[in-house]
Design a protein around this ligand. Structure first.
Ligand code: BV8
Length: 234
């Protein structure tokens, strides 16, 4: 059954690493993905950061440098931004990605539920600021009387994702939910489709291959994001 996004009023889009794959950013679980080079608990958890902060800083410094030097938006980012700009209803773009390619393609109302690679956070005040340089254990904040160590502004496993109230409200009132380039392994993002269905929304998955929760969607279009996203969000 064809689903035309122009026929809806309130859309929530959730993107994952697959939407940035064709921009040259490695995904987490595909063969050769990021997690295979580093054990998850080593780099993306508070315990990992306490145990070896320099390793965790190196992991994010490598990704931040590559992002700044090489990654550019691809046709999927562009199609989403263009559709959002012209869409008369509401479109909230929630991303699990920590890159800034949606914004670079012109998207607005982008919610980074897992944080942002180009931001840093004071470990004492929680204040967030721009970050385009390498961080290390010697990187100290400028917001506290006694400077405190900075950490990447990234949501690690076991930490609460950002803007969850805003996201939950949008899911409870949307009439279309579209997941793009996500394997459906990581929660609470992988459960958003259930919340959208409970609100009576139509649900669409645009992905290279079936995701772990693909059975939850009304419609699934398989293919690379640079093809299936412009085709769906015409
Ligand atoms: C939380 C930042 C409580 C780090 C990330 C047991 C059961 C259920 C849950 C849990 C459990 N045990 C623990 C949990 C909770 C845990 C979790 O889900 N663990 C999983 C592994 C089981 N979750 C958490 O800890 C979260 N916090 O639960 O707090 C809470 C809950 C609700 C409300 C309040 C409090 C925090 C999770 C955040 C972790 N941080 N990122 C970093 O970036 O370094 S997660 C990380 O995985 C990335 O953000 C990434 O986006 C995310 C999900 O991965 P995907 O984006 O889907 O990427 P992936 O590689 O997996 O898949 C890529 C897909 O793209 C594939 O399907 C592929 O086919 C497709 N693709 C590839 N190429 C293309 C393509 N598609 C289209 N075109 C292409 N060209």
């Amino acid at each position: 059954m064809p689903i035309n996004p122009h026929e809806f009023q309130s859309i929530v889009v959730l993107t994952g690493a697959g939407v940035s794959a064709e921009s040259g950013i490695a995904t987490f679980r595909d063969s050769g993905g990021l997690w295979e080079q580093h054990r998850v608990e080593e780099v993306a958890s508070p315990a990992g950061f306490r145990r070896d902060p320099e390793l965790v800083h190196r992991f994010y410094n490598l990704r931040r440098r590559q992002l700044i030097a090489e990654a550019r938006p691809n046709p999927a980012h562009a199609a989403l931004a263009r559709f959002q700009r012209d869409f008369p209803g509401e479109l909230l773009l929630v991303t699990q990605n920590v890159d800034h390619l949606h914004e670079e393609a012109g998207a607005t109302r982008v919610v980074h539920m897992h944080g942002e690679l180009l931001k840093q956070r004071c470990t004492r005040s929680g204040q967030v600021s721009d970050c385009r340089e390498d961080l290390s254990t010697g990187s100290l904040c400028r917001c506290c009387q006694t400077p405190a160590p900075l950490r990447p502004h990234i949501v690690w496993f076991g930490e609460t994702p950002l803007e969850m109230e805003l996201i939950d409200r949008a899911l409870a009132s949307c009439d279309l939910f579209v997941a793009i380039g996500t394997s459906g392994h990581v929660y609470p993002a992988a459960g958003f489709v259930d919340a959208a269905r409970a609100a009576g929304a139509k649900t669409v998955a645009l992905n290279l291959e079936p995701s772990a929760n693909s059975h939850c969607f009304d419609l699934q279009e398989l293919g690379p994001a640079s093809e299936v996203v412009p085709a769906f969000f015409t």
